[in-house]
Design a protein around this ligand. Structure first.
Ligand code: ADP
Length: 480
């Protein structure tokens, strides 16, 4: 296979590719076929501690490397990604399942983050603030936080690391990363790519194995000054608690429960396309996927008809096959969770308008599904679906839609389709979300601060804010 170059069956610790101390390994399977693609080391606390030592030892020299030398390494990293985009995309599809065009897109977005942060680091300015009296200067400077621990999920196994590795390396931090066990190869590939780019040994360390052991060692070690996590709210809360003992900085990208509002004056075709992109991308397994589609009464039936027609055309299959738009779900647990949501909705009066069951392809393939007659009493009104199930709710008035949209502990992303500018501003002010897509179902971009409010997280990824989160602010009072 062409991707074998990046199929690393060892971990990168202190610049050396190595197995677990115990010699134990974990199988990695292709969710589309059930085939074992390879194994990765089952590392634990001892290996993690060595990786932290390596990162800590590498930090002083890396942090003080001339800026343009360090940023040249980031540009080389960007080029290494783009030169190997097809190979890395294939590897991603094979371990994660998403269609190849989405996987290659993810690699390109990852490269985009590296480029963005390489550019942005040149503008990591401090400031000199006017002092209240003469004889003093107030100087504010920015400094890399130090060793950064990174824990990432399986749904975007490459780009979730890009958003963290990019800003960390750009400002001179060193890295200990743990990719998700289901999709470790795209994470380990970052180690190989950083080596190719020429980063000094110990700057980037990547470990696979028990989340609790590796995560526990990262969280307990005082040398790790920041932890950045993308994953469930449940685990995020635990990590925030664990971070207290050593008072680490934390960035948390946690769960979402995105409302997708369609008002009577919306462009119907655009709204349907946006709903499909937002809902069914990555088989519904993104934290910004539309979780609840609220449609105003006047446009409701036309929207549902068109959505059904378009979603019915979607081709489900192995992501490596031509024209496939929806791959398998990550595993059978994910399938069962979607089935529970459907059973709950049916028992409370919901109607299956399309799909509703496992797909004929077997494995963890699931039919793109639409449920109409959804209500706030149904489970998906409160919980993240993380699957190809689109619940459609009907509403009459703006205030009801906004109240329902905000009726959740989450606050990551929201969407609204309307042509009324006054309404757009009201939504901007009233939707309790870190991100709002107006007439767009796909808004993630390197230039913008991605991140949530409420229980969806802390901190931002992307934008200038995404760099800030990897720096400490130092104030020096200079009297003379
Ligand atoms: P997901 O449902 O996306 O897998 P999780 O929060 O369970 O979300 O996992 C996201 C990442 O966090 C994975 O890399 C996983 O291995 C890791 N993880 C899970 N539990 C813990 C934990 N207790 N401590 C540290 N990391 C964890």
């Amino acid at each position: 296979m062409s991707y074998s170059k990046y199929l690393k069956d060892t971990n990168l610790i202190a610049g050396v590719w190595t197995g677990a101390d115990s010699g134990k390994t974990i199988d990695v399977t292709n969710p589309a076929t059930g085939d074992v693609i390879g194994t990765v080391p089952a590392c634990g606390a001892a290996e993690t501690e060595r990786a932290i030592t390596a990162a800590s030892d590498a930090f002083p020299a890396f942090a003080t490397m001339p800026l343009m030398e360090r940023l040249d390494l980031l540009w080389k990293l960007h080029d290494a990604l783009m030169d190997n985009r097809d190979t890395l995309g294939e590897l991603l599809t094979v371990e994660q399942g998403k269609p190849l065009f989405e996987a290659k897109g993810e690699i390109a977005i990852g490269a985009g983050y590296i480029r963005w942060f390489a550019e942005e680091a040149r503008r990591a300015k401090g400031e000199i603030v006017p002092a209240p009296g003469n004889g003093r200067r107030i100087v504010v400077t920015k400094h890399p936080v130090g060793v950064v621990g990174m824990i990432t999920p399986w749904n975007f196994p490459s780009s979730m690391l890009a958003r963290k590795i990019g800003p960390a390396l750009a400002v001179g931090c060193t890295v200990v990363a743990k990719p998700a066990t289901a999709t470790p190869y795209s994470g380990l590939a970052w180690g190989a790519l950083c080596e190719e780019a020429g980063f000094p040994k110990g700057v980037v360390n990547i470990l696979t194995g028990s989340a609790r052991d590796i995560g526990g060692a990262i969280m307990a070690d005082a040398r790790v000054r920041k932890v950045t996590f993308t994953g469930s709210t449940e685990v995020g809360k635990e990590l925030i608690r664990q971070s207290a003992d050593t008072v680490k900085k934390v960035s948390m990208e946690l769960g979402g429960n995105a409302p997708f509002l369609v008002f009577d004056d919306a462009d119907l075709d655009k709204a349907v396309q946006g709903a499909i992109v937002s809902k069914f991308r990555n088989a519904g397994q993104t934290c910004v996927c539309a979780n609840r589609i609220y449609v105003q009464a006047g446009i409701h039936d036309a929207f549902v008809e068109k959505l059904k027609t378009e979603v019915a055309k979607m081709k489900v299959g192995n992501g490596l096959d031509e024209d496939v738009e929806q791959g398998p779900m990550i595993d059978m647990d994910a399938v069962e969770k979607v089935e529970e949501f459907i059973a709950d909705a049916k028992s409370k009066g919901g109607t299956i308008a399309l799909g509703g069951g496992r797909h004929g392809n077997g494995q963890s393939f699931f039919e793109p599904t639409i449920v109409t007659g959804a209500t706030q009493a149904m489970k998906f009104a409160k919980e993240e679906i993380f699957g190809p199930l689109a619940p459609v709710f009907k509403f009459e008035h703006d205030k009801d839609a906004i109240a329902m949209a905000n009726d959740t502990d989450f606050g990551l992303c929201s969407y609204a389709y309307t042509r009324d500018l006054g309404r757009v501003w009201r939504l901007n002010e009233q939707l309790q979300y870190g991100m709002i897509g107006i007439n767009s179902g796909l808004i993630t971009t390197v230039e913008a601060p991605f991140g949530g409010v409420k229980e969806s997280g802390l901190g931002k990824e992307g934008g200038s804010q995404g760099l800030e989160d990897y720096m400490d602010t130092k104030y020096t009072a200079m009297d003379f």
